[in-house]
Ligand binder design. Structure first.
Ligand SMILES: NC(=O)c1ccc[n+]([C@@H]2O[C@H](COP(=O)([O-])OP(=O)(O)OC[C@H]3O[C@@H](n4cnc5c(N)ncnc54)[C@H](OP(=O)(O)O)[C@@H]3O)[C@@H](O)[C@H]2O)c1
Length: 348
């Protein structure tokens, strides 16, 4: 069969790991799905590379692991070549878009790359929340108008198939409530604070372990959880929520004495993202540090676990939890989405 040609934008935690793991997975994809994937283009912040005959994902990963740019890729790389220009020039079937959220910059370059890819008939897979938060409905309409698919399971709770479960497997239900702990670092930090670790030390540990990046405000002030809740509410409840609809409180003002007292009473504090269906059919959205009793479905989450609970009218209460000690499950959500597009049915 013809290989599926893909372009990968963003070669950081997720993009680089995807390149590493996809090499190992190639034999399984061939045997199980009769599927061959060919990386034809890749971009990072410094440049891009393109080869219609295929780039070697292991080589791309090695260049990134060594701190280089894909612009250094021998014979195919070009410094200063932007991701959007690459997408526009590439002959490819699917775009994997894994650049930063960049909400302050209008979710660029992800948003423009996704639009451009769909307009030229490419499917899109993205774990990047930014474009979906900014233009959820527009991107879905664009996908439909161009006869392509847009998949974004990795945008919420890393490798947890929260969106797939809610949007696909709850078909026919009214989702009365969504409760999620979709952000790892806030739970990790609150657990450390309850252990008696000082705030600065807790943040330093989170940074050392790679779960907190930059100045941390995106995560700690609840923006990340709010963005994920907006995507979940759109995708699962089919309700056009935006960031402005979220009542948001982060963990920066959390009182350590309250955390300690809650733990003594057997409660677990987590930054809970919640969408509650109202009598008229709207949803009320909030992201608030919340004490969860042990008998709550998310009340026993570990420090590096995330989860989602769907309360429905006909399928009962469904909970899914992931233990994600490293970003590989998040990176491989892109493979899951890609297979969803190209493999017709998982039922044999
Ligand atoms: N990390 C996770 O666990 C996780 C989980 C789920 C979803 N996500 C989402 O997935 C996306 C990628 O996350 P990540 O952790 O891999 O981020 P990351 O480690 O910061 O990597 C971002 C990548 O994008 C590249 N980039 C930055 N600006 C660019 C531009 N203008 N054009 C082209 N490439 C550009 C960077 O280039 P350089 O290599 O040159 O710096 C880097 O390769 C984000 O949207 C994130 O929210 C992440």
């Amino acid at each position: 069969m013809q290989p599926i040609r893909y372009v990968l934008v963003g070669l950081g935690n997720l993009g680089r790991r995807f390149c590493e793991v996809i090499v190992e997975k190639a034999p399984l994809l061939r045997e199980r799905y009769d599927l061959e994937l060919a990386l034809v283009g890749a971009a990072d912040s410094r440049g891009a590379a393109y080869d219609a005959n295929g780039l070697d994902p292991a080589r791309v990963a090695a260049i990134k692991q060594a701190g280089g740019s894909v612009a250094d890729y021998p014979g195919a790389g070009r410094a200063g070549w932007g991701a959007l220009a690459l997408v526009q020039a590439a002959e490819a079937d699917v775009l994997l878009e894994a650049s930063p959220v960049n909400l302050a910059q209008g979710a660029e370059p992800g948003l423009s790359c996704i639009r451009a890819a769909m307009r030229k008939g490419m499917h899109v897979v993205t774990p990047n929340k930014g474009p979906l938060v900014v233009a959820y409905r527009e991107l879905h309409d664009l996908a439909k108008a161009n006869g392509v698919q847009l998949r974004f399971d990795g945008t919420v709770a890393g490798g947890l198939p929260a969106i797939n479960l809610g949007a696909r497997d709850l078909r026919g239900a009214v989702v009365r409530r969504i409760e999620a702990v979709p952000n790892l670092v806030t739970g990790y930090v609150m657990d450390l604070l309850a252990d008696g670790v000082a705030w600065d030390e807790a943040l330093a540990r989170a940074r050392d372990e790679g779960v907190l990046e930059g100045d941390g405000s995106w995560d700690l002030e609840g923006w990340d959880a709010a963005a994920k809740l907006v995507i979940l509410t759109n995708a699962v409840a089919n309700f056009p929520a935006t960031l402005d609809d979220v009542q948001r409180d982060g963990i920066t003002g959390v009182d350590v004495a309250v955390l300690t007292a809650a733990r003594q009473q057997g409660q677990l504090y987590r930054l809970l993202a919640r969408a509650e269906r109202q009598p008229g059919g709207d949803y009320a959205l909030s992201v608030i540090p919340t004490p969860l009793p042990l008998d709550h479905p998310l009340g026993r989450l570990g420090s590096k676990q995330m989860g989602v609970v769907y309360t429905t009218d006909i399928y009962g209460v469904i909970t899914a939890i992931i233990d994600e000690p490293d970003p590989i499950p998040s990176a491989m959500s892109m493979l899951r989405d890609l297979l969803d597009i190209y493999v017709e049915s998982v039922l044999q």
